[in-house]
Design a protein around this ligand. Structure first.
Ligand code: TXA
Ligand code: MG
Length: 350
């Protein structure tokens, strides 16, 4: 059975942290809060423990994991040649929602790197995560703590929904703040490349780095062999099929969504609509299941609410989901990347 322990998000109880660290050292799996989403942690140096992560999640073996460390200096224990920008990025963004992909994976079992010659590091900005990594005394490999393909967990309840009975322990410290995962930045080539948009925005990165490229997979372009293996899988998906609508003109956008909703309703289907506090009334009073994910004018609020909103459609039991897109700006780029993938690439441009 999976143990669930409530822990103080700001001042985690030392005894609880020690107990969780002990589970990690013994090769077990611990779900823990980070500032982005809940992670499913194992000792990154223990190949057997890391394999268990893949089993528990049903995750494809070629999708590598992020190694979580408690301070940037720890990278030097595992990598010989560290690109100089690493230090600048660490100073500006760590602890925080940025993951750096670096060359040199020999220190870790191949389960961590998916057999790639690179490894991804991140220092999470959450007191519980940092205390746990410190206490464990080992680097912690951790994907998001959801069943593979499902929306990432932003609460301990989401973790239990997906993984109860499959992992040893969940540390419950309340909802994760950012709500979408870290930005994955590849530093192994000439120009830094965003492989996955996340909590740190393109603009923030460019303030430190100058020009930064965006991998074509980010915008949903079909890529045969993406540089971030995770990008090729259908992801973040609620149970009902989701169709994403995108367009700058709100009236046209809502018109299209309502027309499709009417068609589906006429076929006897139960329709869910994902929209926002500032646009909700357009869809009200027509018998649809409306779920609000923050305010469309403030992408940070959408990110924070996104995954719980997608899971809410499962609880409502809708047959189809129509999702209203937001601008691909700031954290909105990460939100749209997740919605595109929840839609399996099916985007209606209005
Ligand atoms: O915010 C986050 O990053 C959360 C929390 C728990 O830290 N973790 C997370 O892990 O989202 P996961 O496994 O769900 O997503 C990791 C992403 C995947 O798309 C994976 O393919 C990519 O990072 N990745 C990991 N190592 C990589 C590498 N060496 N090269 C390219 N992409 C890599
Ligand atoms: Mg994930």
């Amino acid at each position: 059975p999976t143990r669930l322990l409530a822990v103080d998000p700001n001042n985690p109880e030392a005894g609880l942290v020690q107990a969780a660290a002990e589970v990690l050292r013994e090769g077990g799996l611990v779900a823990f809060p980070t500032e982005t989403v809940y992670g499913l942690g194992a000792n990154a140096l223990d190949s057997r423990a890391v394999k268990e992560i893949f089993t528990a999640k049903g995750r494809p073996a070629d999708n590598p994991l992020i190694v979580h460390i408690s301070k940037p200096e720890a990278i030097a224990n595992y990598i010989k040649v560290i690109p100089p920008v690493t230090k600048q990025l660490a100073e500006r963004f760590w602890p925080g929602p940025l993951t750096l992909v670096l060359k040199g994976a020999n220190s870790f079992p191949r389960e961590v790197t998916g057999g790639l010659a690179t490894v991804a590091f991140r220092v999470p900005a959450h007191p519980v995560a940092l205390a746990l990594i410190e206490a464990a005394g080992v680097p912690v490999a951790a994907p998001s703590a959801n069943a593979s393909g499902r929306p990432s967990p932003t609460t301990a309840r989401h973790v239990i929904e997906d993984l109860s009975g499959r992992i040893d322990l969940v540390l419950d410290a309340g909802p994760a703040g950012v709500g979408v995962e870290s930005t994955v930045l590849d530093l192994t080539g000439g120009l830094p490349v965003i492989l996955r948009p996340g909590g740190v925005t393109l603009r923030e990165l460019e303030e430190v780095l100058g020009p930064v490229a965006i991998d074509p997979a980010v915008h949903g372009g079909r890529v045969e062999k993406p540089r971030s293996p995770g990008m090729k899988y259908m992801h973040y998906a609620p149970r009902a099929p989701l169709l994403l609508f995108e367009g700058a003109n709100m009236k046209d956008l809502a018109g299209c969504i309502l027309a499709e909703a009417e068609r589906l309703k006429a076929r006897g289907l139960r329709v869910g609509i994902l929209t926002y506090e500032d646009t909700a009334r357009i869809y009200a009073g027509r018998g649809y299941d409306i779920v609000l994910a923050g305010s469309s004018s403030n992408p940070g609020t959408v990110a924070a609410a996104l995954y719980d909103s997608l899971r809410r459609f499962d609880r409502l039991g809708v047959d189809r989901i129509l999702a209203q897109g937001i601008a691909r700006e700031g954290v909105g780029l990460a939100v749209m990347n997740r919605l595109i993938r929840a839609a399996g690439g099916k985007v209606v441009t209005v």
